[in-house]
Unconditional design. Sequence first.
Length: 218
Amino acid sequence: MRNHIYFVGAGCWLCLHSVQGSVLDQSQPIFNNNVGGYFIGGSSRQKIAQVVTPGIFGWLTTVAAPVAGLGTLRLEIRGVSAGLPKDTQLASQNIAGSSLPSFFSDPTGFRQLNLSVPPLVSAGEPFAIVLSALNPPMGSLTVLSGPPGDPYAGGDAFYDSLPNPPGWIHMGDFGSFDIPFQTYVEPIPEPGVGALVVWSFLVGALVSARTRGASQRL
């Protein structure tokens, strides 16, 4: 049976933005002028996912995407297995569609989707951005599609929608391997070997001191 994916009209190039307190980590900043975008939610209950491989160890504070529409957008950060999004949820955020600029008023910008409880991400360990709509079919949004080919090497885009059987389908089957996105991370300095040695010594000294104190009280 042929797989189904749901498109909307064409769009234009995107611009880049910065997020205060975090740094831009991963990005695929352009989309396909000839296709436009993919529905999120609606009668097909379509979900869109993008696998991302971070380059920074730290807190994932913000995902940015060219998304707009009606209802409530559900943003999930999930684990990844064999290149596919897992059911394991690392973080989630509900975002009112009314808070996102419409494509008529702002057709060229990423919408910043902030995570109130940022998950910790590690360089080289992929995670998945999953976009869905609460209360479909009333909730229906659109995310713009990426350019033809595979512009982002750190992961691919997938979709899950009716009437297809449950499960993620590779977006590359329709010519575009990725959606436009940006991820912002608040870096955490990773401790060096010296710091770990000092920390181990301090912990050991504290445990020893408490042990001696307990022995003297006996």
